[in-house]
Write a protein that binds this ligand. Structure first.
Ligand SMILES: *[C@@H]1O[C@H](CO)[C@@H](O)[C@H](O)[C@H]1NC(C)=O
Ligand SMILES: *[C@@H]1O[C@H](CO)[C@@H](O)[C@H](O)[C@H]1NC(C)=O
Ligand SMILES: *[C@@H]1O[C@H](CO)[C@@H](O)[C@H](O)[C@H]1NC(C)=O
Ligand SMILES: *[C@@H]1O[C@H](CO)[C@@H](O)[C@H](O)[C@H]1NC(C)=O
Length: 290
């Protein structure tokens, strides 16, 4: 009996909240839906070729694939690729210091994964490029969720138990799902496409001047995941962790002040995913022509 309890405790400690890996399905869907509209002609055709038939040409249809397979035996190795942790209460991110898994294997984290799958798609070598596209599209979303670049000690907010209005949950899950879920109910008639349209009109209107800054990468790199991760931990400190101590109840004040952050991160992730895919598949064309 006691052994049973001990092993239960061990399992819970080692695998806390297995349902809270990433932006929820809605968040990933929104990111990829936004991205698809910004793809160049070259990228549209390259993406169409790589998508599995089941996606019927829609990138957004496969953007939660990496979560779905993450729980299966064959893809368990990919679980540490969804996030990166900083030391406790450190509000900046450093690739060399932070990018490793819990066994201290280097280059195992979300930013390394973005480099990895970008490189695979660019090289066109002997990789499964369908998987590379699905992983890349997912991880560019994840790295924009502030608590996917959170503190190690609380596993990016997973061990911070809070109430979201009356529901008991954890802070990580609030940022993956609950803020989006409450926004859908409160402002968008429970319709995800209405929410996506609202974000899209801000992209073409309010944030228009910021968009080329979002898209760009220093030195014309193909992807800049370290930059996106630095933004995330900064937002995590300023907004996600603030006033969300263990046991607190988060309601209107937290919801209404954090929702604009979530919507902007979904916008940035979508715009940047498109920019990365455009750079990948444009250089491919150039190489092919030369
Ligand atoms: C890179 O991609 C390959 C193929 O999916 C995978 O085996 C490897 O673990 C990946 N490495 C990182 C750091 O993402
Ligand atoms: C590539 O990955 C996809 C998704 O896991 C799979 O369905 C497909 O069979 C793989 N292709 C090859 C050639 O292994
Ligand atoms: C659009 O931008 C306005 C002004 O910054 C902001 O208040 C609003 O929450 C944004 N809406 C969405 C859906 O991003
Ligand atoms: C980046 O690319 C642009 C356009 O191709 C070019 O004008 C610029 O000089 C490049 N910048 C760097 C640092 O290579």
């Amino acid at each position: 009996m006691s052994l049973l309890i001990v092993s239960f405790v061990v399992v819970v400690v080692l695998f806390p909240f297995p349902t809270a890996l990433c932006w929820g399905k809605d968040g990933h869907y929104a990111v990829c839906k936004i991205a698809q509209d910004y793809l160049s002609q070259d990228a549209v055709s390259a993406v169409k070729e790589l998508l599995p038939d089941s996606a019927q040409g829609h990138l957004a249809a496969v953007c939660s694939w990496a979560d779905d397979v993450g729980y299966t035996h064959n893809y368990r190795w990919s679980q540490p690729l969804h996030y990166v942790d900083t030391p406790d209460f450190i509000c900046n991110y450093r690739y060399c210091r932070d990018c490793h898994d819990s066994y201290a294997h280097k280059h195992v984290c979300v930013t390394a994964a973005i480099y990895n799958y970008t490189m695979q798609l660019k090289s066109q070598l002997n990789y499964n490029l369908t998987e590379a596209l699905m992983f890349l599209s997912h991880f560019v979303g994840d790295v924009h969720q502030p608590l996917h670049v959170g503190f190690l000690g609380d596993l990016g907010g997973n061990t911070i138990t809070v109430r979201w209005y009356r529901r008991k949950t954890n802070l990580h899950h609030v940022w993956d799902d609950m803020i989006i879920e409450s926004a859908l109910k409160t402002f968008y008639g429970s319709d995800l496409s209405t929410m996506i349209q609202a974000i899209q009109s801000n992209i073409t209107d309010i944030w228009l001047n910021d968009v080329h800054v979002w898209e760009s990468c220093a030195h014309n790199y193909t992807a800049c995941p370290n930059w996106y991760a630095s933004e995330s931990i900064s937002l995590a400190c300023k907004f996600a962790y603030r006033n969300a101590t263990p046991g607190s109840t988060l309601e209107d004040e937290y919801f209404l002040s954090r929702l604009p952050i979530v919507e902007k991160r979904l916008a940035q992730a979508g715009v940047r995913l498109a920019a990365i895919l455009n750079r990948i598949f444009t250089s491919k064309t150039r190489i092919a022509q030369s």
